[in-house]
Design a protein around this ligand. Sequence first.
Ligand SMILES: C=CC1=C(C)c2cc3[nH]c(cc4nc(cc5[nH]c(cc1n2)c(C)c5CCC(=O)O)C(CCC(=O)O)=C4C)c(C)c3C=C
Ligand SMILES: [Fe+2]
Ligand SMILES: [Fe+2]
Length: 337
Amino acid sequence: MPPSSPSAGAAVLWCNLGSPAAPTAAAVRPYLAQFLGDPRVVEIPRAAWLPILHGIILRVRPAKSAAKYATVWTPQGSPLAVHTEAQSRLLGDGLAQAGHGQVQVMHAMRYGEPSVETRLQQLADAGIHRVLVLQAYPQYSGTTTASMVDAVNAWCGRARRVPELRFVADYHDDPAYIDALARSVERHWQAHGRGAMLVMSFHGIPARNIKLGDPYEQQCLRTAELLAARLGLPADAWRATFQSRFGAAEWLQPYTEPTLRELAKQGLKSVDVMCPGFPADCLETLEEIAMEAREAFLESGGEAFHYIPCLNEDADWMAALTQLAERHLQGWPTRAG
Ligand SMILES: C=CC1=C(C)c2cc3[nH]c(cc4nc(cc5[nH]c(cc1n2)c(C)c5CCC(=O)O)C(CCC(=O)O)=C4C)c(C)c3C=C
Ligand SMILES: [Fe+2]
Ligand SMILES: [Fe+2]
């Protein structure tokens, strides 16, 4: 298809946060510089924040983060990158099977590679001028979802031919997403038995963002309520918590690890922990939850900690994602012939 053809189908860009290129301080430093230099992520005035970021944080954190990444890294790369790429391939297969053979699916990362900019340029070079931006963030947050839109807009700001664009803001209450999560919990219970409580841990954000209008907390709580209802859990059998606090400011509460410690001290012996806001396992789930939070629970008197993996390449989840993409592709030329 020549690059200027007006009917070269459409593309889905499956976007996730991204990982460093390697679990080394040298590779983590530029990744963190890009991530923590994003004004959507840290909303402290630049003049105050950049000296702290470059003078303190980027001197200390890369080595510590790299050591954590090393504990979860796979021969194929970071778990987040491996799962995101596989999901993109499976979404392409799902759309092709549903008859949308003209849709090209690619994955892109907000920080690191393959960047949103790289992918938009590749699509433009291939003559594709309709792009559906679908993000691996079921719950909307300005820190993540809007930041991805910024990256798309940054490329568009330099492009001569701007593609027709669609963004999916969130799918926190999508019945097929909730159902895929529920089935993954049920499968886990069948294989490993059922803990006395299900803790659903979401990535945190600063509490201030909520006061300024970010719907993230409300959407996380809605996901958790819908999932608990779908599983038939009474109110005292589940909790929604927030993890990965960064810095000294107040973040969304209750915090995951202190909650797990507290529950264990109150006599809870067994717990199932899952991370419904992360479609792909990553540092924050495999290291912070499945390793660190486990240790905290067991240290505090808990006896059985079961981590329920993220949806990753789960078939129900991939079907849910395919349906979501199909709904948002409507009206675009997606079928051959
Ligand atoms: C200042 C801070 C941060 C905000 C706000 C934030 C929001 C946020 N993040 C995710 C998803 C992920 N975050 C991941 C890693 C990670 N997050 C922060 C900081 C903030 N996140 C840092 C500094 C890091 C890097 C690791 C570290 O040094 O601690 C990841 C994992 C990436 C990987 O490579 O595995 C994900 C995924 C969401 C969904 C979110 C807001 C809703
Ligand atoms: Fe994060
Ligand atoms: Fe973390």
